[in-house]
Ligand binder design. Sequence first.
Ligand code: ADP
Length: 397
Amino acid sequence: MNILVINCGSSSLKYQLINSDSEEVLAKGLVERIGIDGSQLTHTPAGKDKVVIKEDIPDHNKAVKLVIDALVDGSHGVIKSLSEIDAVGHRVVHGGEKFNKAVLVTDEVMKDIEELSSLAPLHNPANLIGIRSCQTNMPGTPNVAVFDTAFHQTMPEKAYMYGLPYEYYEKYKVRRYGFHGTSHDFVSKHAAELIGKDRKDLKIIVCHLGNGASVSAVQNGQCVDTSMGLTPLEGLIMGTRSGDMDPAIVDFICQKEGITAAEMNTVLNKKSGVYGLSNYASSDFRDLSELEESGNKYAKLALDTYCYRVAKYIGSYVAAMQGVDIIALTAGVGENNYRARRGICDYLGYLGVTVDDEKLKIRGEDLIVSTPDSKVTVMIVPTNEELAIAKQTVELV
Ligand code: ADP
């Protein structure tokens, strides 16, 4: 089956057309600056040069139309007609407590996703627009919603409740949901396969370290805890997000700087993390690693603090599961960045972890980096959220 995977943001749309049988990516691309000056589509067909189409793209409907046109185009297209797309899989950020697995989109599902928008005001409305645009442009083609939160719905109450008045949970559903679920699910399953075991028999910690970053504890195949919370701001120090901190800092800085809580929220999401810590040098780990080597003390501080936080989360999840068999690192930083991998593994000796330093330098492939005598298997597992979405879509159609 050919599955079109769509990840719709407020002003962007990422897509991949995947043949689910061969797992081959037939084409992928990105529409940027939807509704903003300078909008464009970058389309990359497999085995051919990428094409950039600069055009006025006022809304997501037009964006989806351009993507479809590119896919069936005579020169840079990869299919002859739309009928070759069997279904569309959409990444939907927030499924609340309603969705613990992917679902076929119906009118009722659309209504539920809309109602959950108060929990993810930047993301769910954009995801809905993406689904509607596909319904308009590809009538009759089934759409499937795959939720970022679904995999974490198995967390026990003690892991998802905050130490807040219970009424906030009852009235507003304030609790931990967790995100990157598709990735944590995919990576934990694949990590178990790589050592020839079933994840039902294992305790696995997955560290998804990208621009956004989160850790999850997966015990006997089910998520039992994760670091992101009501929103994707909690937990690890990220590219530009603060992660955990004393909540009283919000009021303190609002008073000192004369800003509103909403403005502070923007600071915590866009100007914090390793970007803020490095004195706004960069949020990119390639830049930070180079800056540190050239003696930049802020870059060193950012990287040291980042690795320390990841190591503390790993320790807390070892406690939560009373042990660990596999620690898997994934996403941009986990798959590529030696500095962060080394910095994290340096804390793990107490678990009986020993790693091969040369292997820590290899990039972007499935790889066991711990030595054969290590008490815990440490591995790099490249994530593939698009393929995971495509597979879940196939299951439902
Ligand atoms: P997201 O999907 O959350 O936007 P990614 O998973 O692509 O993020 O991760 C982005 C991060 O990965 C960036 O900080 C970047 O520095 C890091 N990264 C990506 N490629 C490399 C590389 N080749 N070497 C070092 N770091 C890399």
